[in-house]
Every structure is written in C-alpha cells, then in structure tokens.
Ligand binder design. Structure first.
Ligand SMILES: *[C@@H]1O[C@H](CO)[C@@H](O)[C@H](O)[C@H]1NC(C)=O
Length: 275
C-alpha cells in the first residue's frame, strides 16, 4: 500500500466515522417492546387546574396567587405546593386544612376541563394503531384519575383500562421513586415477566425490564423508571428543567421539551405515518 492510498483510506475512515458511530449508536439502542406513561404533568396538564383552583380558593380571603408563589410550587407535589401557598400568606387566618378543603371543592368542578399536553394524543393513537403494548402508571388516586380523564376517552380509552393507580392496594405498591408502579404496570397489566418489585430479578427478567420505555415529567418518576431497569424519557416542565431539579443519581436516557419532539423510530418503534 503506497502513501497515497493510505492517505485516502485514512480520510475515508475519517469521513465515514460519524456515520459509523451514528449507526453503532442506533444499533446499541434497545428495541422498545412496551411503553409506560406517567399521567399528571406528562399526559394531562393537571398543574394548570391546581393553580386555577388555588387562585380561586385564595379569593375568599382577599388574596391571589402571584406568579412568584406559583413558581415556588413548580416540581412540588400537591401537598408540598399547598404548604408553600399557605405559608406565603402568614398575615391571614388561612389554615392548611381550610385551603385544601376549598381547593378540592373548586378542583372537583374543574377536573372535567383538564387539557391534554402537546403531542400526547398523536403518540398514544399512533402506538395504539400499531398495537404496541402500553399502560399508564400514575401515583394519582383512582377516583381522581377517573375525574381528570373522563372527558379524554378518545386517548385514555386506547389503554383498554391498563392503568395502575397509586391507591390500587391489591398490589401493595410503594410510591415513586420506588420502581413498584412501573414494574406492576409491566408485570400485572401487560403480562411481561419482569419479576416482582421486592424480588431480585433473574437475567431474563432484567432483559424484559430493559425493553420498557417510560415517559415521565417528574424527577421521582425518572428515578422510579431507572430503578425498574427501563429506559426513560424525561419531559420536564421547561421551568423545572431550568431549576435543575434533576440533581439525582439516576439519569434519564433522553430529555425532551415536549412529547411532540419524540421520534418513535429512534427507539425501534414504527415511525409516524406523516413522515
Ligand atoms: C389569579 O387570578 C387573578 C385574577 O383574579 C389573576 O390576575 C392572576 O393572574 C391569577 N394568578 C395566576 C398565577 O394565574
């Protein structure tokens, strides 16, 4: 081999290297066989309903939810948010109990208006069309889940009732960041042999777990999915991302600004028809 051919083959390798790496990357990617969805903040914008209800409840006391207080609630659980709001008005007689009672009352009337988040309808209908096994794993109570989704049956109906809720006591689940909700959804609802949350999984069970893809907006949910041995796409509220609340050991496999950015074929799923 002379110097000239050596040079040209070297440059050929350099030229094709990014392509080779890209191919290796795609090949290394696990082919997803089933998909699990979180609900609040991922599929539906329940946070906006929470905020409207909180704001309404404060009006009785001549107060209102400022944008500052609202920002302080981002990424917090329902109960933490309520505490934050009540503690923001130390000069009123407002108690946590009064606030929560009133907010629950207003919320009850507002749940049937809970909006879907962008990209959710398209993705769920797409996975349904191609018979990809899928389920919802939500910390929400079943009764609340029903109130929040009754008007969204064109999307929620695609799951054929495969929804596991935080208060489904028959499974004895611990909440996120424990992996129980996702393992129960995969095992009990989709019939995948992923093992039980408290048992050490066998090699085939570990492999089965790794075929699951989880969509989550909360950091505790990202932790739960990784602990379940699954891939997870984190779709955080943009301002939560800016706060860098993902300061946890378990890292998501991908971060998206919205479900609209999801590319199914990058995960071995069928591409959207309009591509
Ligand atoms: C709360 O309601 C008031 C109107 O009563 C509105 O001006 C304000 O923007 C609302 N706050 C939030 C955070 O939506």
């Amino acid at each position: 081999m002379n110097v000239a051919t050596l040079r040209s083959s070297a440059s050929a390798v350099l030229f094709t290297l990014p392509l080779i790496l890209k191919l290796l990357g795609t090949m290394a990617q696990i082919k997803v066989e089933y998909v699990l969805f979180d609900m609040d903040g991922l599929m539906i914008d329940s946070e906006s309903i929470f905020m409207i209800a909180a704001n309404e409840s404060l009006k009785k006391y001549g107060k209102e939810l400022t944008w500052d207080i609202k920002a302080g609630c981002l990424g917090k659980s329902d109960i933490e948010s309520a505490k934050h709001i009540v503690s923001s008005f130390p000069d009123t007689a407002l108690t946590m109990e009064e606030f929560v009672t009133e907010r629950d009352r207003v919320q009850l009337a507002l749940w049937p208006t809970t909006p879907l988040l962008p990209g959710v309808r398209k993705l769920v209908l797409h996975l349904k069309k191609y018979n990809i096994p899928m389920a919802v794993a939500t910390s929400s109570r079943r009764r609340k889940m029903e109130l929040k989704t009754a008007h969204l049956q064109d999307v929620i109906g695609c799951f054929d009732g495969k929804i596991v809720c935080g208060d489904d006591e028959q499974y004895g689940m611990r909440g996120k960041p424990w992996p129980d909700l996702f393992l129960t959804a995969a095992g009990e609802l989709l019939g995948r042999d992923v093992g039980k949350p408290l048992d050490t999984p066998t090699e085939p069970q570990i492999k089965e777990r790794s075929k699951g893809l989880v969509f989550e907006d909360a950091t505790a949910g990202v932790q739960a999915a990784k602990r379940a041995g699954m891939s997870v796409i984190w779709v955080p509220e943009p301002r939560v991302l800016a706060l860098d609340r993902n300061n946890i050991e378990e890292k998501p496999d991908l971060i998206l600004g919205s479900l609209e950015e999801f590319v199914p074929e990058e995960w071995g799923l069928p591409p959207y028809d309009d591509k």
